[in-house]
Design a protein around this ligand. Structure first.
Ligand SMILES: Nc1ncnc2c1ncn2[C@@H]1O[C@H](COP(=O)(O)OP(=O)(O)O)[C@@H](O)[C@H]1O
Ligand SMILES: [Mg+2]
Length: 274
């Protein structure tokens, strides 16, 4: 029988090899991870370390892997409406307005038109775009377009919200604002969330748990509980220490080039699982 303690997502010894002309390339190696109901997990790592590949496996876009991935105890078999997905580019259709773009995701559901309209309206309201429901994508700012993408991701009431570098293309201020909005949305709509990002600060600011991936082959280096109280203060000492420690973990192999690099000092790593 299923209990509340059962994980929503279970990766069990997942590996992924790409067959290339000049041989095999191991993109993911032996990843095991449980994600609990309602949890917010961030997967962080340098570019090319396998974050998107891992997410694609969870989405069901790629079924050529070894190991097991299950959602609510059932193996992932192809793409389904149980997962809302948000990418770096909003992927909105330019000829559809905000409501229509959100509604498109409801395409193959059995809702009657009135229920559908209400559902779309509640999503528009959830992301605070009531005044823009008839606007077209070109009339929206980058942050607003990503809010529409989140609304579209949630309109089917998915079991999981999956985000792949959703805010990376936004300017720093907008990014901070939309991070707060994502947290607000999660307060009202408590969906299990997996965020992929290369931004350590974003991961610590948002997530309950941060999974640090290391590259070639992509594998789990650390899993860190973020115990900082919410709302979190980016300027707080504990926040800063955690950020520096995680950056240090990511840069240690010389894989991660960041401006912050020269700020790194000897940072106690006691609180990180080795
Ligand atoms: N379809 C593919 N064929 C071959 N190699 C791929 C393919 N997709 C991704 N890779 C390789 O797998 C590694 C991980 O890619 P990816 O998951 O996109 O990384 P990330 O999202 O962390 O930047 C990279 O080295 C990338 O070049
Ligand atoms: Mg990626």
């Amino acid at each position: 029988m299923k209990t509340a303690a059962d994980p929503v997502v279970r990766f069990s010894h997942v590996s992924k090899v790409f067959k290339l002309e000049d041989g095999d390339f191991q993109a993911i190696q032996d990843v095991s991870l449980d994600i609990a109901d309602g949890e917010f997990v961030a997967i962080v790592g340098a570019s090319g370390c396998g974050k998107s590949t891992l997410l694609r496996l969870l989405i069901g876009l790629d079924r050529a892997f070894s190991g097991n991935i299950s959602i609510d105890g059932r193996p992932v078999e192809g793409v389904g409406s149980g997962r809302g997905i948000v990418f770096q580019e909003h992927r909105l259709f330019p000829w559809l307005n905000v409501s229509e773009n959100i509604g498109l995701a409801l395409g193959n559901t059995v809702l009657d038109p009135e229920a559908k309209r209400k559902r779309i309206e509640s999503m528009v309201e959830l992301v605070g775009l009531e005044k823009f429901s008839r606007a077209y994508p070109h009339q929206l700012s980058g942050g607003m377009a990503q809010r529409v993408a989140i609304a579209r991701g949630l309109v089917t009431s998915p079991r999981l919200l999956l985000l792949d570098e959703p805010f990376s293309a936004l300017d720093a201020l907008t990014r901070q604002q939309i991070q707060d909005e994502l947290l607000n949305i999660r307060q009202r709509y408590r969906v299990t969330t997996v965020l992929v990002t290369h931004d350590v600060e974003e991961a610590i600011y948002l997530a309950d748990r941060v999974v640090v991936l290391q590259p070639r082959p992509g594998r789990i280096k650390d899993i860190v509980d973020i115990d900082l109280p919410r709302p979190r203060q980016r300027s707080g000492y504990d926040f800063y220490r955690l950020k520096e420690a995680l950056l240090h973990r990511l840069t240690k192999e010389g894989e991660y080039e960041l401006a912050e690099r020269n700020l790194l000092k000897e940072i106690p790593l006691r609180f990180i699982a080795q």
